[in-house]
Write a protein that binds this ligand. Structure first.
Ligand code: UTP
Length: 395
């Protein structure tokens, strides 16, 4: 599809207007980008995810996930798991995987979210410090994989370099990029970004598994002797990176997926970890069956351990796209940069659970383990995150 005139009408309205005002080189770039797209596929995605979207009730029996609750565990049990976890980490069986490819539109911090700092300590450094302490304690070097995206890859690496990798051995840190996918106007049109190229956005944190395959990370982990991958977000300021207790549970249970949860607040709009028949699933609060909103006692906080062999196989399989509507900067018809509500297509990492056979869950205390930095103000904000860091003696 090399010629702009050949675009299905559906998609090209805005761009055909704008292209008449572009320089030759801008036009050529754009045509090249367009020729790499499968527009029919994008059209189908738009129709499925946006035009005909509906929330289907889960087919199957929905029950709460069985979880070990840390508060109810004996000290001996906790120590047993911790010991098991530490031994496995020391034996090099764990890799840490940080998902930091998001756009952080709600926080609107200039730069990757991990560069956001509290009293001069960035979120990246907070996670690096924890891994460094483990490395020292166990005399190992945990491999640390950091997923970025087109929008923040270079800035992330530059930030690590400028801070001397926070003291982490740089050979043990691997950055890899997740894929981007086009973003569309609500009318289904392709859009342009400030550089007059197609507006694209990271394809959601579920892009992590295909990106690992594409960049040879599974093979690399296998060579490193890794058997388990510990995944977490960038924005939970209280995250325990490579928590030995959770690691111990993953080793003991040998489950494909081991998850850390917290008890949700009433009507809290966080995903619930549930079972649909014999599969673990994360369901948005709004998707829960009517009348059962407060039945489920485990909220997803984005901390999971996967067996590497499970991930490697499951990464070959498809994950669905979901709709996200975000305020993204783009060009309007007058070539002015404006921020508008835009349709983003996102994969979610937890959709990989459907391919797993065995699951295990640990519920922990919110006040010491979960405080996400999502917004500038209000709920899950700079202020609440700072307070959580202070309460836990981290600041
Ligand atoms: P969020 O769902 O909070 O998205 O990400 P976000 O893009 O960071 O922020 P908003 O919604 O625009 O304000 C949860 C975790 O998933 C990662 C984020 O970096 C964060 O650690 N993520 C999200 C990715 O790695 N890639 C993505 O495409 C989206």
């Amino acid at each position: 599809m090399a010629n702009i005139q050949d675009l299905p009408k559906y998609h090209h309205h805005l761009i055909t207007e704008m292209i008449t005002m572009m320089s030759e080189s801008e036009k050529n770039n754009l045509e090249q980008e367009l020729s790499a797209l499968d527009l029919e596929e994008i059209k189908a995605l738009y129709e499925e995810v946006y035009v005909n979207r509906h929330v289907a009730a889960p087919a199957g029996e929905v029950t709460d996930v069985a979880a070990e609750v840390k508060r109810d565990m004996s000290d001996a049990r906790i120590q047993e798991l911790e010991q098991l976890g530490l031994e496995a980490i020391q034996a090099g069986r764990f890799a840490a995987l940080l998902m930091a490819g998001g756009q952080g539109t709600r926080l609107a911090h200039k730069g990757p979210k991990g560069t956001f700092s509290f009293d001069g300590i960035s979120l990246f450094q907070m996670q690096a410090d924890q891994l460094l302490r483990l490395n020292e304690q166990l005399n190992v070097t945990v491999p640390w994989y950091v997923m970025t995206s087109d929008i923040n890859h270079h800035e992330t690496i530059e930030f690590f370099s400028r801070h001397d990798y926070f003291g982490y051995p740089d050979s043990a840190v691997t950055f890899f990029k997740q894929p981007n996918i086009v973003a569309l106007s609500p009318a289904g049109e392709l859009l342009l970004n400030a550089g007059s190229t197609l507006l694209t956005a990271p394809n959601g944190n579920g892009g992590v598994f295909e990106a690992m395959a594409a960049t040879g990370i599974y093979n690399r982990m296998n060579k490193q002797g890794v058997t388990h991958v510990y995944l977490n977000n960038i924005d939970n300021v209280l995250v325990k990176v490579l928590d030995p207790v959770l690691c111990g549970l993953a080793v003991e249970s040998n489950a494909d997926v081991t998850t850390k949860t917290i008890a949700p607040l009433e009507a809290e709009s966080v995903g619930r970890v549930i079972m649909v028949d014999d599969k673990k699933r994360v369901m948005e609060y709004t998707e829960l069956p009517e009348g059962m909103e407060n039945t489920f006692k485990n909220a997803n906080i984005g901390i999971h351990i996967f067996r590497l062999d499970f991930l490697q196989e499951a990464s070959q399989k498809e994950l669905p796209y979901h709709l996200a509507i975000k305020n993204l900067a783009q060009l309007d018809e007058d070539f002015e940069v404006v921020k508008k509500e835009t349709l983003k297509f996102e994969k979610f990492y937890f959709d990989i659970f459907q391919y797993a056979q065995s699951f295990c869950t640990l519920q922990v205390e919110r006040h010491s383990e979960f405080s996400p930095l999502k917004n500038k103000e209000g709920r899950d904000s700079i202020e609440t995150a700072r307070q959580a860091l202070l309460d836990n003696g981290i600041l």
